[in-house]
Ligand binder design. Structure first.
Ligand code: 5GP
Ligand code: ZN
Length: 113
């Protein structure tokens, strides 16, 4: 936990959020500025600043996040129609919240990168 971190505060319930997925390891919340009809942030309860730090210190957290994404996508029946996962990393990656998270975007056809 990091007392200054907005996603840690969301995990602790100190800042409200719309949770669409939750288990002992991971939460999935609606992004406040959705970029697609379905825009969910998958966040591990353990604080790490980005995917590299998570990979170095707690690689199991990555597996737990992707298991959560699998479960959610099957529940929402977007596993067949498809979805996009993004992890913005660092300043050039456009990261604005420094608690590792994965954006799940779905509900429309994405443009090719
Ligand atoms: P990043 O830019 O770091 O990849 O993603 C951060 C995301 O968090 C942004 O898409 C932004 O809209 C979202 N966000 C920032 N603050 C909050 C908040 O308080 N609640 C929710 N649900 N999303 C937030
Ligand atoms: Zn945090």
């Amino acid at each position: 936990m990091n007392d200054q971190c907005i996603f840690c505060k969301i995990i602790k319930g100190e800042i409200p959020s719309t949770k669409v997925f939750e288990n002992e390891n991971v939460i999935g919340i609606k992004d406040i500025q959705p970029a697609a009809p379905i825009h969910i942030l998958f966040i591990h309860r353990n604080h790490s600043k980005n995917i590299n730090e998570m990979c170095a210190n707690n690689p199991q957290d990555l597996v737990e996040i992707f298991k959560a994404i699998k479960e959610f996508s099957e529940q929402e029946k977007i596993d067949q129609s498809g979805f996009r996962i993004i992890a913005n990393t660092g300043a050039d990656g456009g990261q604005t919240v420094f608690h590792t998270h994965f954006h799940l975007l779905s509900g429309k056809k994405m443009h090719h990168l």
